[in-house]
Design a protein around this ligand. Structure first.
Ligand SMILES: [Cu+2]
Length: 473
């Protein structure tokens, strides 16, 4: 159902475009030439601070094009942070601020948004706060929020979809100094995995069309197509991020093993949730533990995508058990993870509608395209709000989502039914399928100013499906 919705979404967005057939054929040929699970998984490098003071770490990144190896033996022109595809991982400590200087060597305007972060508006990567070519900007991140996996990416006005598609995204992990007490898998067993799709042509170059969901038939994990990952007989903590513009994933493991989900977008869940399948829509993260303990060396387990439309999008990556190791880590149990506070009583209710504007081939929030000069809602700081978000695209069955900057919110219900535990924790992005009404409880704290909220199918957000709030004291 959801897959069909997404397929339809792709079809609808592409309605105004003619997709050259030869490129579709070339796309299939390029990946058909490479056997699945023939390249090793790469883990993005962890960036070191350039300098540190007693209370702040200073990082620096250059945003620049680079030629990287996606298909073995060939190079593909992508956009990068520091030449890395995806960008280097920032691993920071909760409560310790960092400043990231972003230097624009792209030749076009760009900016950087830290997705899921609690930041002042001038450091949020507001769509029109741009770094001109040759310029730079310092982004200050206080890291005063729960330990979790965030990600940074381009948020350039009208251009975020193409810039993220071409590579401008990376992990940002906030570690809690108290985490070692949990005895979770760590070090080489704590692995960020960015899943996304691309369309690649017969000269191994990325092809971008807005809404080209069906043409993006090659799945990358951390920038490599359908990689294998050698694992030991022990537990691994996998930080899953869907970095696709439009594609949703429904993951399962070919041996029927469970994912022990311990966190969502904004922090830990109150208990591990064992699940055989987990869905991950664009921009969402899940923090999961997978246990390879006790499996015979030589065991191969495929990470499957049950939403995939063909073998190339169904087989995502493979875990190859290649050595025996002892394991003293554990899956946190009841009472070991922080409990969720009660959802506060809202003081105001807001209605948000999402719909495709067929005559103009664009996507609207409350019937309007994004206008940086218009404030959709003026909200009071520290007052709990209820957002009632309705996806009206039943005619085309288009899935949307809602990402609200600055906050981590709580999803209350979907079509009147309380959400499952996996969605009941801290979230910054929620899927809203066609015809659904999702209730979200959110409180804007800490900062005042303008922040955007938008669908995180980036081919929609960059095509007008965005609006803004202004937080006032
Ligand atoms: Cu959308």
């Amino acid at each position: 159902m959801k897959r069909r919705n997404l397929l339809k979404a792709g079809a609808v967005v592409g309605a105004g475009l003619v997709l050259p057939l030869e490129r579709l054929v070339a796309s299939a040929a390029a990946t058909a030439g490479l056997a699945a699970f023939s390249v090793p998984l790469l883990v993005p490098p962890v960036l070191r601070p350039k300098t540190s003071t007693p209370d702040t770490d200073y990082y620096e990144m250059k945003i620049k094009p680079a030629d990287v190896e996606i298909i073995p033996g060939t190079t593909t022109r992508v956009l990068t942070f520091n030449g890395s595809f995806p960008g280097p991982t920032l691993a920071v400590t909760q409560g310790r601020p960092v400043v990231v200087k972003q230097i624009n060597e792209l030749g076009e305007d760009v900016n950087v948004h830290l997705h899921g972060a609690f930041v002042a508006p001038e450091h949020d990567g507001y769509p029109t706060h741009l770094i001109p070519p040759g310029g730079s900007r310092d982004y200050r991140y206080p890291n005063q929020q729960r330990a979790t996996t965030l990600w940074y990416h381009s948020h350039t006005h009208h251009k975020e979809a193409e810039q993220v598609y071409r590579g401008l995204a990376g992990f940002y992990v906030i570690n809690d100094p108290g985490d070692p007490w949990l005895n979770l898998p760590s070090g080489a067993q704590d692995v960020p995995l960015l899943f996304r799709d691309i369309r690649i042509d017969d000269s191994n170059q990325l092809v971008y069309f807005p809404g080209d969901f069906r043409g993006r038939g090659t799945i990358l994990v951390n920038g490599r197509p359908q990689p294998y990952f050698k694992v030991a007989t022990r537990k691994y903590r996998l930080r899953l991020l869907n970095g696709s513009n439009d594609r949703g994933f429904k993951f399962s493991l070919s041996n029927g093993a469970k994912f022990y989900v311990i966190g969502s977008d904004g922090g830990y869940l109150p208990n591990n949730i064992p699940l055989s399948t987990i869905e991950l829509f664009p921009a969402e993260r899940l923090d999961v533990i997978v246990d390879f303990g006790g499996l015979p060396v030589g065991t191969r387990i495929t990470l499957r995508n049950e939403f995939g439309e063909a073998a190339e999008t169904q087989d995502v990556m493979r875990f190859d058990v290649d050595r025996v190791e002892s394991d003293f880590t554990r899956i946190p149990d009841n009472g070991q993870l922080p409990q969720l506070p009660a959802i506060p009583t809202p003081t105001v209710t807001r209605d948000i509608t999402l719909n495709f504007d067929l005559p103009n081939r664009r996507f609207l929030i409350n019937g309007k395209p994004f206008d940086p000069n218009r404030v959709e809602f003026t909200v009071r700081k520290d007052k709990p709000e209820l957002w009632r978000i309705t996806n009206n695209d039943t005619q085309f069955g288009i899935t949307h989502s809602m990402h609200i900057h600055l906050v981590q919110f709580r999803v209350v219900s979907r079509n009147g039914v309380p959400v499952a535990p996996i969605e009941a924790g801290w979230k910054d992005t929620v899927t809203v399928r066609a015809g659904e009404t999702v209730l979200v409880n959110t409180t804007f704290t800490g900062f005042t100013g303008k922040y955007v909220f938008h669908c995180h199918l980036l081919d929609h957000s960059s095509n007008a499906m965005m609006a803004q709030i202004e937080v006032i004291p």
